[in-house]
Write a protein that binds this ligand. Structure first.
Ligand code: XIL
Length: 364
């Protein structure tokens, strides 16, 4: 009798349960993973951690795996922070994307430069690159499914192909292919990608195609290209994103959108060059007004509609979950109150969530 009563009660509860609002990952077509960057601070907040676990089906540690946080001058690796994100991803059965192995920010310049900032001899710099990549990719072998091997190597200057960086100066342009080879040797199963901003746009797109073609011609183990997707309310136009994805996919590589956010605040530069700092207004310190909220939602909807049209795109990752934790609170203008993500500072879903869900469904 008692068991029957419990069963009846549970059935009634099931019937009257309010329909679960759809999550981002449920709305997406099966071929498309939906992710976000997360950091160890965010994971300490149980409400935020629950949203992350519910909305996405893959993750990227925001900064925990950057060389500056991974290794000290005496070649001592510290995996503790990275391991915490890996553990969270494993608990929630989410594949983890490793960000990043070579970049010119948040790094350790001594891998490629002497104490006076002069490039190390090529052989020494190559040894260091190999030792670093083996150390990190080796540690996470089988637990991190994909690596952003080289981040932002392409120059923003019209007359320059690759950006001069400590790695490029010490080793030469082939530091890129070497990094992919070392990563592949350290974990042959990991999916390896090149990642950059504005590469879907004329100018950088051509250079990216050139880089990919030259890597492919040399049989370099590259599987995918990541378009970061740090966008503004009115730049780039969605047909440019569309064409860029198409051109990149035509190389035969998989395409991913790795760091999507939409900056609704006024600024002079587009893209994500962290060397840029601007002075600028902070117009919405108390929250985004309704009309701006609508504009942001519409823009997110249009961008995601353009992205899901392409079966070549296998992953769409947001660069954060809530506005309070976005890097855009400090870039390109320091200390602003920014509102670029899908959840607000109180962790409430913004109208953009609905717009993205509707857009994701158009790709099914
Ligand atoms: C930012 C992170 O959000 C910050 O936490 C970190 O201090 C610096 O990097 N392009 C990238 C990301 O590839 O790593 C950057 O993220 C944003 C621009």
């Amino acid at each position: 009798m008692k068991a029957r009563a419990i069963l009846l009660l549970s059935l009634t509860a099931l019937c009257f349960r309010p329909a679960l609002a759809e999550t981002l990952r449920e709305a997406a077509p099966k071929r498309l993973l939906i992710g976000a960057c997360v950091n160890t601070e965010e994971l300490k907040n149980p409400k935020l951690a629950a949203i992350i676990a519910e909305q996405y089906n893959c993750l990227t540690p925001e900064y925990e795996l950057m060389p500056e946080f991974m290794v000290d001058k005496g070649w001592r690796f510290t995996f503790e922070r990275g391991d915490r994100v890996v553990a969270f991803a494993e608990t929630n059965k989410m594949p983890l994307f490793g960000h990043m192995l070579v970049w010119h920010f948040v790094t350790r310049n001594w891998l490629f430069e002497d104490k006076d900032g002069k490039p190390l001899p090529r052989a020494e710099a190559l040894d260091n690159l190999k030792r670093y990549i083996e150390g990190v990719v080796g540690h996470y072998k089988g637990r991190i499914v994909a690596w952003d091997v080289v981040n932002e190597a392409i120059s923003d200057q019209a007359n320059e192909f690759l950006r001069p960086t400590p790695a490029q100066r010490a080793i030469g342009d082939d530091y890129i292919e070497k990094a992919f080879e070392f990563a592949h040797a350290a974990d042959t199963n990991a999916l390896l990608y090149y990642n950059d901003y504005n590469i879907e746009q004329p100018g950088k797109l051509e250079k990216t195609l050139k880089l990919i073609q030259s890597l492919k011609a040399k049989n370099v183990p590259i599987d995918a290209v990541g378009i970061q997707g740090h966008y503004l309310l009115n730049w780039p136009p969605t047909n440019m994103i569309d064409k860029g994805i198409e051109a990149l996919a035509a190389t035969g590589l998989k395409v991913m959108i790795t760091e999507l956010d939409v900056d609704p605040l006024p600024r002079d530069t587009s893209g994500a060059n962290m060397a840029v700092t601007e002075a600028g207004a902070n117009p919405y310190p108390d929250g985004l007004p309704a009309d701006m909220q609508e504009k942001l939602a519409r823009r997110y909807g249009e961008i995601v509609t353009a992205i899901v049209r392409h079966p070549s795109v296998t992953m769409l990752g947001f660069w954060g979950t809530d506005d309070g934790h976005s890097w855009l609170n400090d870039f390109p203008v320091k200390k602003r109150t920014n509102h670029p993500l899908l959840f607000d500072r109180q962790l409430q879903p913004k109208p953009a969530v609905d717009a993205v869900i509707r857009a994701l469904k158009t790709g099914k």
